[in-house]
Design a binder for this molecule. Structure first.
Ligand code: ZN
Length: 108
């Protein structure tokens, strides 16, 4: 689920209320990284805390979504200028093994 305005708990359907914001490191090409603030919401019914997902990120991935998607679509490989050794080949192989799942997150 990729949304910036998540208002319903994915577990129980309860209403979500703003809880806090946490810093998140995003890795991008050329070994650069930057920090974004991710809002967290708490379900008023089951008390679960959910992080807001943005277009920029995929769940449990520290790389910018654009880089991950580029690898999945074959646009970025180890031979692509700027991506020679970062992300490393093992990381790219791991993403490719999760391709169906990752694309589902991105394009539900
Ligand atoms: Zn809930």
């Amino acid at each position: 689920m990729v949304t910036t305005e998540q208002s319903v708990c994915p577990k129980c359907g309860g209403a979500l209320k703003y809880y806090d914001s946490v810093p998140r490191i995003v890795r991008t090409k050329g070994r650069r990284k930057f920090q974004v603030s991710v809002r967290r919401f708490r379900c008023v019914r089951c008390r679960a805390v959910h992080r807001e997902l943005t277009e920029l990120l995929l769940p449990r991935k520290h790389y910018e979504a654009e880089v991950v998607i580029g690898v999945l679509e074959g646009l970025i490989t180890c031979e692509t200028l700027g991506f020679e050794d970062y992300p490393c080949e093992a990381t790219m192989v791991r993403w490719l093994s999760q391709k169906a799942q990752l694309l589902l997150w991105r394009y539900p």
